[in-house]
Design a protein around this ligand. Sequence first.
Ligand SMILES: [Fe+2]
Length: 142
Amino acid sequence: MNAIEQLTRQHRHCDTSLVQAERAVRQGDWLAANQAFQRFEHDMLAHFALEEEQLFPAFETATGMSMGPTVVMRNEHAEMRETFLDLRDALQAESGADYLGHSETLLILMQQHNMKEENILYPMCAQHVADVDALVSRASAA
Ligand SMILES: [Fe+2]
């Protein structure tokens, strides 16, 4: 798998866990909801770390664009992290309405964000970052 495929797969994988958590909340199965959310949050944070600590710096170094698309992506990651906290609170309170509201917001944020990465930023990374496939493989295995 090349870098774009691997990163896109990570996005899909996270989407699936979020949908599973939402389904469990709708069914009132808080244990399953907590488990799915934990998996989701863990995988999202690992994916963000890969991008923020390895992929984005490599892109910024290769292109000299340190005030460009990676700044926007980092800001959106921060926005999504805020939503994770809201979801956590809703789970803790076992509030289905709160959870589903925040989950809906996050899903929209993720769709827009992932589309930008997959259609614009990742192809730019593939074009400019030398050994990007190896970088992503190594970082994903860590
Ligand atoms: Fe991403």
